[in-house]
Design a binder for this molecule. Structure first.
Ligand SMILES: [Zn+2]
Length: 288
């Protein structure tokens, strides 16, 4: 039996500024997100590190409470909501390294810290909720990390929600930390997606399924989700992308897309994600 264990920290939904077109009668929110601690007897690795300063502080306290010595934080993909919260964790564990397993993730993470990108994150999370000096990952020296001699395998998968997606595979536990390739009962980030990018995302789901995991920890997970069953979340994510693709093709307005998807996924969390995804599919006509 493997000595490794997995624990998941799930943030709640965070209120954000919804922006133009959002009906403020219900608050816009950012999807609930996860950070996963993979641990051996003494040492541990964290996969992803949330977004806001206060989330980073809560995460640091949670890891400290585990009693494990944190050796690394691995960033699955370069969206700020998966690594801007790393600062307080790195402060608590100065020997831990912030890593990505693919140079493209390293580069894309740096691009999230430009003044323009930081301004966009600050617009969603005003009032200095987000650090103005995020730590960025460096390239891991190897595609495997060992805890108690057991491997965590880093794999580059491909396209998903707009940036390159990598995963952490724990063969001993038949578990995958899938970042934002797979979602668990939360609307999927299809903002700016195209038929081609959606096809690429479906191929990424197939690549994760090919590892035959039994457990998938998704980057975004509804706190009330019943489980982390790999078959269930893979099926759900595949069906969601296919439904969105078909619905956009036959709809004339963002509202039609929203209504159809809400009818199919009434219990999914974070309708704001669906709103921005639907709006992005109908760009305003430029006047000549
Ligand atoms: Zn995300």
């Amino acid at each position: 039996m493997s000595s490794l264990s997995i624990d998941v920290f799930t943030s709640g939904y965070k209120p954000i500024s919804g922006g133009p077109g959002w009906d403020d009668s219900s608050p816009a929110t950012w999807p609930a997100s996860t950070s996963t601690l993979i641990a051996g007897h003494g040492d541990a690795v964290l996969v992803d590190a949330l977004l806001t300063v206060s989330e980073g502080q809560r995460l640091a306290a949670w890891v400290r409470n585990s009693g494990k010595r944190l050796r690394a934080i691995v960033v699955t993909h370069a969206h700020a909501d998966h690594f801007f919260g790393a600062g307080p964790v790195l402060d608590a564990f100065p020997d831990a390294r912030l890593l990505a397993s693919d140079q493209q993730v390293v580069d894309e993470a740096r691009a999230q810290t430009t003044p323009g990108a930081l301004a966009r994150w600050n617009a969603w999370f005003p009032g200095r909720q987000v650090t103005d000096a995020p730590a960025t990952p460096v390239l891991a020296g190897s595609s495997e990390f060992h805890l108690d001699g057991r491997p965590l395998v880093f794999r580059t998968i491909g396209g998903a929600d707009g940036v390159l997606a990598t995963i952490v595979h724990v063969p001993d536990l038949r578990a995958v930390c899938a970042g934002d390739i797979v979602y668990n009962n939360v609307h999927m980030w299809l903002r700016g997606s195209t038929p081609d990018s959606r096809r690429a995302w479906l191929a990424s789901l197939d690549a994760v399924a090919a590892l035959t995991p039994s457990t998938i920890i998704t980057g975004h997970r509804d706190p009330a989700a019943p489980d982390d069953d790999a078959g269930r979340v893979l099926d759900q994510s595949r069906r969601y992308i296919e439904d969105f693709d078909r619905t956009v093709a036959v709809s004339g307005t963002p509202q039609e897309v929203i209504d159809t998807m809400v009818e199919r996924y009434p219990a999914h969390g974070n309708r704001y994600t669906l709103f921005v995804a639907a709006v992005s599919q109908f760009p305003p006509h430029r006047s000549t």
